[in-house]
Design a protein around this ligand. Structure first.
Ligand code: CA
Length: 729
């Protein structure tokens, strides 16, 4: 793979020699009378009519999925299969972050509005990359550990002069689009609970729609609508019932309550968080949201006497004015595998069986591609888009999955596909309506499930109800990914591009007959939309997860994407995530906005890796203590520092961390001395004895690494030695 990257880099240099020349054509006589084309109207002129008609604006990308139907299809065709080989970097903009970047850039009025780690918002000139303003909401570092899946943010919404961002700590903030100065901010969550916000808000009929996450730690899910002008709360829809002894907030929850049993769910929160997908059909006046997994994960603990647990892992159709539930479709009743239905919801009008159907499409984590009638929620079809072992299919009559024998891990632990990371996760899909194909960034990852026999609710900590020890024993070298072109009418794969790594980027489809996608191994690529043939690829400096955007300015088409490795897999993926990061070049994971155009000649600045000698530590490696340390580590540390002690390339790898093997360790763990950087104070949970066992385990893993590297290999870089760049927490 190194040779491949070297080849790519040499291609960049070649591409830089093919810049377009200037336009020296003599202007025709009428040119003096002709006015320069008016600049595309900015955020001040984004209203409901313009959002509904967003598909026609070539110079803009007005909402997260480009259009309310979230198809992510650009009508631009200047860059096509014939000339894409001449694509090069127009400019890059450094976010000064070293954590995951997941935002889809919004483009309007010649300005890119995007976000980075810790919910920082950037306004950048869409032609030059010059910063116009940046806004740091100053999210306190102690909110970092509440985020299951890195301190990421998926972008902003824009409307009538304002830019809206959901901050990790649960604030919804409206900024003046011209200055980046806050107009108002509202707290959308109870900050004493482990809620976080990472999703991009959407503006629908003058209301800002925003949900939240936190179901791994334990919260009750909901989605809210705030008045875009004043910030007042208009409605809130809870997705799971509240205290069963109290009246429920709405009739839909009265119906849901009998589908829950026991009382652990209420104590932990129940889950069903709305943390990503939203779509809107203005004609049907329906707002679609996806809900997350049950909390805790294991249904045997969450709802011991059974029940579907409405409305977890569901697609909900709500009235945008009131939040009233019109219909629901639960993709995974009684979920016990973290099979969220928060993944991309896409709307399209398809001809199926000779009839025009208004459909909703989703490829949720559970591995099935669903096509629903979006007026009624009726199942039209569902087939597996990756290998699925937990169910043998979806019953067309009932719309329910047919669970495979043994997938329920109440009695015996079992390896299941897809994993908790999903056959597909939040990485956006895209749709080419000409070809009728959906482009799915898919994962092939197995997961070992077993019940956590010693489960007790630990407020504010991870509360999965599944055995992390069993998960830690999974072989990690059988992880891969794929780009799949899916025919939603025939419910079949048309082509695929295999990847050696999982967790590749979101996709963009264009009228130029192309599909763009970033990769976990640190490149940005273009494929032929009809055949999947790779037409172009360029090194991106680090792993790319985010969904790309395209826009046109002064007659030139641009393609923009955020590059910054991380997210759930980047943090916890262990060896597999680390190998993707290694392929990406080990460059300290500097975050950037990358913008490409034909003939672009800019270069990505590469930061040299900081390699440090790892001091030899003599540890007490009593095998029994190493074993106990394995359990302690996989109780308190693995979610951020990686399964098996192997970090995914985002947060410090403890094996090579000089801080871990220093006197600073106890103040870090017991006094919160790194709380501002996101490392929680664990004094309420971890004992000195636990920490000593964790130290012994990590010492064993460090020695293992040293043995692997013996023979003159360079010492591994220590990620906690990275310089604290501005904003680079
Ligand atoms: Ca989850």
């Amino acid at each position: 793979m190194r040779a491949t990257l070297a080849t790519l880099l040499s291609f960049v240099i070649v591409a830089s020699l093919t810049a377009c020349g200037g336009d020296d054509e003599t202007p025709p006589p009428v040119a003096r009378e002709r006015q320069a084309p008016p600049p595309p109207p900015g955020v001040e002129a984004v209203d409901d009519a313009r959002l509904v008609a967003a598909g026609g604006e070539k110079e803009s990308w007005l909402t997260y999925g480009r259009t309310y139907d979230e198809q992510r299809y650009s009508p631009l065709a200047q860059i096509d299969a014939e000339n894409v080989a001449q694509l090069g970097l127009a400019f890059s903009y450094d976010t000064h972050t070293t954590r995951g970047l997941e935002a889809t850039p919004i483009v309007v009025g010649g300005v890119i509005y995007t976000t980075g780690s810790w919910s920082i918002v950037y306004a950048v000139d869409a032609k030059t990359g010059k910063e116009i303003w940046r806004y740091d909401p100053q999210v306190p570092g102690e909110f970092g550990p509440k985020a299951c899946c890195d301190v990421v943010n998926r972008g902003v919404a824009v409307y009538k002069g304002k830019v809206y961002v959901g901050a990790l700590d649960g604030r919804l903030i409206a900024l003046d689009a011209k200055t980046g100065i806050p107009a108002w901010e509202k707290l959308t969550v109870d900050q004493s609970k482990p809620y976080t916000v990472t999703m991009a808000p959407r503006v629908v009929k003058g209301k800002v729609i925003i949900g939240n996450g936190g179901a791994e730690l334990g919260v009750r899910g909901y989605v809210s609508a705030y008045d875009a002008e004043s910030g007042e709360l208009v409605w809130r829809f809870y997705t799971v019932p509240g205290d069963p002894k109290q009246p429920q907030e709405n009739p839909a929850l009265d119906k849901a309550l009998p589908t829950w049993t026991g009382d652990v769910w209420h104590q932990v929160g129940g889950g069903g968080t709305v943390w990503d997908a939203i779509a809107f059909d203005p004609e049907l006046d329906l707002l679609y949201v996806g809900t997350g997994n049950g909390s805790p994960w294991s249904r045997h603990i969450r709802s011991p006497q059974g029940g579907d647990n409405l409305y977890v892992c569901s697609i909900l159709a709500l009235r945008p004015d009131t939040g009233e539930l019109v219909w629901h479709y639960q993709t995974t009743p009684a979920d016990t595998w973290d099979y969220t239905s928060t993944q991309h919801i896409m709307l399209a009008d398809l001809e199926i069986g000779g009839a025009a159907r208004k459909v909703l499409m989703q490829a949720p984590k559970n591995g099935f591609f669903y096509v629903l009638d979006r007026a009624t929620g009726e199942l039209i079809s569902a087939e597996d888009y990756v290998e699925v072992t937990w169910a043998t299919g979806i019953d067309k009559a009932t719309g329910r999955p047919i669970e495979a024998p043994g997938a329920d891990y109440r009695e015996n632990s079992v390896v299941v596909r897809p994993s908790t990371l999903g056959g597909h996760n939040w990485q956006p899909m895209s749709f080419n309506p000409e070809l009728g194909l959906v482009y799915i960034p898919a994962n092939d990852i197995p997961w070992a499930f077993g019940v956590d026999e010693d489960f007790r609710h630990k407020p504010g900590q991870w509360n999965l109800g599944v055995s992390a020890k069993i998960a830690s024993e999974m072989p990690r070298d059988i992880v891969s990914g794929r780009l799949i072109a899916w025919d939603p009418v025939g419910q079949k794969k048309v082509w695929e591009v295999p990847y050696p790594e999982a967790w590749n980027g979101g996709t963009l489809a264009t009228a130029g007959g192309l599909v763009f996608q970033g990769t976990a191994h640190g490149t940005f690529a273009a494929y032929d939309a009809a055949s999947g043939k790779k037409l172009w690829e360029m090194a991106a400096g680090t792993g790319v997860m985010a969904g790309p955007t395209s826009y046109e300015l002064d007659g030139e088409q641009y393609v923009a994407v955020m590059a910054g490795w991380g997210g759930a897999f980047g943090l916890a993926g262990g060896d597999a995530a680390a190998s993707a990061h290694e392929l990406a070049g080990k460059n300290q994971n500097d975050g950037r906005l990358l913008v490409f155009k034909l003939g672009g000649t800019a270069q990505i600045p590469v930061t040299a890796a900081i390699a440090r000698e790892v001091a030899a530590i003599a540890g007490d490696l009593d095998p029994e203590k190493v074993k106990l340390g394995t359990y302690a580590y996989h109780t308190w540390c693995w979610e951020c520092h990686g399964i098996g002690g192997v970090a995914g390339g985002v947060l410090p790898d403890l094996r090579t961390s000089t801080l871990f093997f220093s006197d600073a360790l106890e103040p870090i763990v017991f006094e919160g001395s790194l709380a501002a950087k996101g490392m929680p104070n664990l004094s309420a949970w971890v004992t000195k004895e636990d920490l000593e066992l964790i130290r012994i385990y990590i010492t064993a893993k460090r020695n293992e690494l040293a043995a692997k590297q013996a023979g003159g290999a360079a010492p591994a870089p220590s990620t906690d030695a990275a310089p604290a760049a501005a904003g680079g927490r």
